[in-house]
Design a protein around this ligand. Sequence first.
Ligand code: 7RM
Length: 629
Amino acid sequence: MVDLAYRSLADYKQAKQQASAQPEGFWEDIANQFEWHQKWNKALTFDFHKPEVKWFLGGKLNITENCLDRHVKTQPNRTAIIFEPNDPKETAQHISYKELHSRVCRVANMLKKNGAKKGDRICLYMPMVPELAVTVLACARIGAIHSVVFAGFSAAALAARINDADCIMLVTADGGFRGAKVTPLKDIADEALTHCKSINTSIVLKRTGQEVAWNDIDVWWHEALAEVDDLCPAEIMDSEDPLFILYTSGSTGKPKGMVHTCGGYMVYTAYSFQNVFQYEKGDIYWCTADIGWITGHSYILYGPLAVGATTVMFEGVPSYPGYDRFWEVCAKHKVNQFYTAPTAIRALQKHPVDLVSKHDLSSLKVLGSVGEPINAEAWHWYDDNVGKNNCPIVDTWWQTETGGILITSLAGITEQKPTYATLPMPGIQAVLLDNEGNELVCKNEGILAIKHPWPSIARTIWGDHERYKNVYFSAYPGYYFPGDGALRDAEGNYRITGRVDDVVIVSGHNLGTAPIENALNEHPNVVESAVVGFPHDIKGNALHAFVITKDAVYDNEALVTALRALVAKTIGPIAKPDRIQVVSGLPKTRSGKIMRRILRKLASGEFDQLGDVSTLLNPDVIENIKRNN
Ligand code: 7RM
């Protein structure tokens, strides 16, 4: 195992110091811990105005040699991946580094034999099974650019992503298990492919055994695999060659294909993984995300494997077969670091707490949160019941675009503060800006921006560098603009307050919807809430709050009165929502982010102009909201 972590506050402070004094030397020291076929001749060139960022120029490497081959030399029998199937009755798999290496090489040969080569784009539309991990790494092995599309996406969303990147190959499965549901992946892929011209081969893994239609371009995974061996030298890549494309939603309908490159992404994901989670040799680490999201790319696969860790990959959902599945799996595999999303915590919080306490969670050392701001109530529930007030919680702020965690505490090393992501990682130069782009000092609130590149910043949007420039580098020239607002306390801790597009102007007052939601969530009967603006004759805009309650509401008026009073007390009377609607659920993307765009339409009564709902996880809640409006 490689150790890139600061293990004390003193080491951390020294690193911070070095990173600000000589940023390039700082990253070079970290990059030197990896295996390169050829070292870089320049650490960094960048111009945020152009924009252009390049790291470790001239360096040659293959990320899979760093994630696999070098660990095969030193710890061949250590488990790389623990696969926990959807159905707890199915046996878990423990895949050693040696075994994973062999499986990756074999699949790499299968991809090559079916026509894939360096630079080709390969779309992966697969369930959360080891073969997905193996295929991701196999693409990296041969220098093909993977584009993983989350297996919950529709045919239209899949087709749009395949076409945007001109993928030449698809790897999919007959179907996928998720909770009690079986997703007919092959049927969906077939429908998508009727709209795609670029795909020459579709490799189909058998997972569910369900019957599937068969086309000329289809190849069974097991048949294709039987024809190749497991000897596959790694393709030598340039640091700046693309490693993968991953789509993230934008404010317009068209998704943005964020491009990450080999060298910088490897260095940053490994470095951040080990520091944030304080991973130690032999630990079992579990991130509950799906590999279809950046969290899965960076912190199920690449980061953990790059340092030789044991990473759990879970096929299922938190509610199946019971609402204690997470805790059961933690106990079963003696998980040491557990990383999940606030939306999952809030959903589990609704259920009796003995579902947590009945499992032995004594192996847990570190808890993590990612994806959205974690409200105080969820934070404390997580801390009390899961961590038993004995596990540091890392609230990690980052994005698909940043490739890795930028703002967070380091478990047990730096101080945590509930609802605050806390401090930028060493090497990350975060600032707060006012609306005119002036840097704010000390304790303040403003727009979060990053002043200097870090190795895993996305280099472009696939096929649309102009959009990359417009979205991230134009609003505040000279900075990377992530689109989030934040406040900073006197110690420099950041609290991410939400997307800056989630601001409503009510009677001339700029109101962030996130703090209002936090206030509502403080009410004992509120599980989750979302606040949006709607047009109002007098105020310009007024606020509509959608709330999910824990228990059925018998006296709606009393609840509404209590909630308005709570907001008035916490933020001020100006922030009191005009309307408070109890709903069964909120429209969410498949990664758990609330789709405010849809809520805004619903609150404005524009029921038939909801726009693109193809990325919506739970369309049924829309009907419920319309009915009770
Ligand atoms: C990793 C991921 C990115 C957006 C980001 C924020 C929000 C993520 C946190 C958070 C508050 C956090 N990538 N976000 N983490 N907000 N605290 N710890 O989620 O591309 O899917 O989303 O998510 O708004 O800009 S993402």
